[in-house]
Design a protein around this ligand. Structure first.
Ligand code: CP
Length: 306
């Protein structure tokens, strides 16, 4: 059965069967990326354009590698060296790019809703690589893949997302995806960083980190997004770290062996200490590796759906 949508704009309305299809398909691609020759001809003849209007290391390189490993033709668009700097609009930019006959667009943009806007302008399949504080669906899918790889399941697991929830597209996509597959989802952070509507979605809210650690099988720790003004929500970074930073002492105090995740980039010493980020319970780099396989699965399922 193909995916219900020809785009991946967010996980809010993606059904459980589609999330499971993407995660199951990614298992095959995860095997392929461990082979000496990591390439398959699946998307030969298809052209994918990566439109990045905001900085990225992991997502951008991961999508490009995924596209190349599927044998697609890949074009990378960088806004700072494009005719956007001469005043061309997003609408004209994407319509001109599509006039060159492309098949798929991967977009990251600071404005929430940009990927949805593109679907009204162009015929190509659109994949959201992070739009403002709205959603980052492939990050949540790779997070879910990594949790499932460790525990063999998602249903019934206790997952707590810690930190700057209100500025986080990663948090929202994880919340939607994890609830859909039957995980128990919690968030933890200062009240100023947790949107009020989350409890209505079925998310448990903690303000005390020790309570959150006791609840959790998995801690998904978010970056404090200073570029989105997050620092105005607490007195100082040192204060934030004292109350919400994950350290070895904090975990030992709660006698808890818990899976440590972080989408990156990390503020070391703020939201988590280096010994935890690089420790044996951390799967931060496995998340990055799995991200390529998950993005290959998304590109394959969308690119071969039409
Ligand atoms: N996790 C994530 O989206 O990282 P980048 O901003 O480096 O792509």
């Amino acid at each position: 059965m193909p995916l219900e949508s020809r785009h991946l704009l967010g996980l809010e309305s993606v059904p459980k069967k589609d999330i499971e299809l993407i995660l199951d398909t990614a298992v095959t691609f995860r095997e392929i990326i461990d082979r000496p020759i990591k390439k398959v001809p699946t998307l030969q003849g298809k052209t994918v354009v990566n439109l990045f209007f905001e900085s990225s290391t992991r997502t951008r390189i991961s999508f490009e590698l995924a596209e190349k490993r599927l044998s697609a033709d890949v074009l990378n668009f960088t806004s700072s060296t494009s005719s956007l700097t001469k005043g061309e609009t997003l609408k004209d930019t994407v319509r001109n790019i599509e006039a060159m006959k492309i098949d798929m667009v991967v977009i990251r943009h600071t404005a929430a809703g940009s990927p949805h806007y593109l679907t009204q302008l162009i015929e190509s399949n659109v994949i959201n690589a992070g739009d403002g504080s709205h959603e980052h669906p492939t990050q949540a899918l790779l997070d879910m893949y990594t949790i499932k790889e460790k525990f063999g399941k998602l249903e019934g697991l206790n997952v707590c997302i810690i930190g700057d929830i209100s500025h986080s597209r990663v948090a929202m996509s994880n919340i939607f995806g994890l609830l859909t597959v039957g995980a128990n989802v919690a968030v933890c952070g200062p009240a100023t960083m947790i949107p009020r509507h989350l409890e209505k979605l079925g998310v448990q809210v903690f303000h005390n980190l020790d309570d959150a650690i006791k609840f959790s099988d998995v801690l998904n720790i978010l970056r404090i997004q200073l570029e989105r003004g997050a620092a105005s929500n607490f007195p100082s970074l040192r204060e934030y770290s004292r109350f919400y930073g994950i350290s070895k002492e904090r975990l030992l105090k709660n006698k808890k062996d818990v899976l440590i995740m972080h989408p990156g980039p990390i503020n070391r010493g703020v939201e988590l200490s280096s010994d935890i980020a690089d420790g044996s319970s951390s799967v931060i780099l496995q998340q990055v590796t799995n991200g390529v396989a998950v993005r290959m699965a998304v590109l394959y399922l969308i690119g071969t759906r039409n």
